[in-house]
Design a protein around this ligand. Structure first.
Ligand code: AHR
Length: 319
């Protein structure tokens, strides 16, 4: 096992040559994304793999350009994290025609199975489901009256990037779990809008939710990532409310910032989305290039962390 060594001596080779992977990252929108980028860069170093890293700055067209340039360079393998689910068929067909294997990382892409060798990702539908299920049991235990005095808890949703598999999956998982709950009639989604997975947008959109009637109505915030929740916390405080108390907050990712907010009593739960995908990507790439069989789809392991475990868990968090 040379996973902790670096340099090319112990590194990966194909036909005696150093392996080159072209990786198209979608951008740097969140604390989580930074951790995922780091994980991929570090794992490539540790595996002695030459990584061509390209940052698309939230534009699909830039990702397509990057993939085309990897094809032109003749890299050994292409990996990419699709910003949105659709629109990849043509460029992946080009990679296939050039004989370059493709691995889809983190987010999902809707493409036919013959256009990629493996997917390493996050189960966003499961994350949405876990978020609702946590809310459901928490609200039951709290047994609070809805803030508007009615009988239904009002939920506000901060969605992720429009068209991304993770925003779609988290919404679907959340809504399906809500419908399946014996207490389904106690909940309604009052407001839902994209905050583009950024702290800034999360704050702005939450501010507009509060100003457009939500201030005295919203009981629960489901934020599809931690960064948007951290922005929303600022908006909630600015409106004179207590985040984590007046408005119950659950978000997705499990970054340190969310644990800190929970320790301060300002958030209630984070559903983990694991960004430490680098080692599995490098291992999978090596196997593919060695002609070994790999799983078509592998999900990362992901937990749920409510506020009462935040203090104890924070020191163990790696991102
Ligand atoms: O694709 C994973 C999602 O993208 C993370 O939840 C979010 O923080 C990131 O921007």
């Amino acid at each position: 096992d040379n996973s902790s060594s670096s340099g090319t001596e112990s590194g990966a080779a194909k036909d005696g040559k150093e392996i080159t992977i072209g990786y198209s990252q979608l951008g740097a929108e969140s604390e989580w994304r930074t951790a995922q980028t780091e994980s991929i860069k570090q794992a490539a170093k540790d595996a002695g793999i030459n990584l061509q890293f390209s940052d698309a700055q939230q534009k699909q067209e830039n990702q397509i350009k990057a993939i085309r340039s990897f094809i032109a360079q003749g890299v050994d393998l292409i990996a990419f994290t699709p910003i949105v689910e659709t629109g990849w068929d043509t460029v992946l067909q080009e990679a296939k025609d050039a004989g370059i294997p493709v691995v889809i990382v983190d987010r999902d892409a809707k493409v036919s199975e013959d256009l990629y060798v493996a997917k390493i990702g996050t189960d966003s539908k499961a994350e949405g489901k876990k978020a609702f299920e946590w809310i459901d049991q928490y609200m039951k235990a709290q047994n609070k009256t809805p803030r508007d005095g009615g009988s239904v808890y009002n939920i506000a949703v901060l969605e992720g990037t429009v068209g991304s598999s993770v925003a779609i999956g988290r919404s679907e998982g959340f809504e399906e779990a809500m419908k399946a709950s014996p207490d389904a009639s106690k909940y309604q989604i009052l407001m839902s809008q994209t905050g583009e997975f950024t702290r800034q947008k999360g704050q702005e959109v939450m501010e507009s939710f509060l100003k457009s009637g939500g201030r005295d109505k919203i009981d629960i915030l489901f934020s599809q990532n931690d960064d948007m929740a951290l922005g929303a916390i600022q908006a909630i405080e600015a409106a004179g409310l207590q985040p984590g108390k007046d408005i119950v907050i659950v978000s997705v990712d499990g970054v340190k910032g969310a644990f800190q907010a929970m320790i301060e009593g300002k958030s209630n739960c984070t559903v983990e989305c694991n960004p430490l995908q680098g080692p599995l990507l490098m291992e999978t790439a090596k196997k593919i290039l060695n002609g070994e069989q790999v799983d078509k789809m592998v999900y990362m392991e992901e937990g749920v962390f409510p506020a009462d475990v935040a203090e104890k868990t924070l020191p163990e968090r790696k991102y």
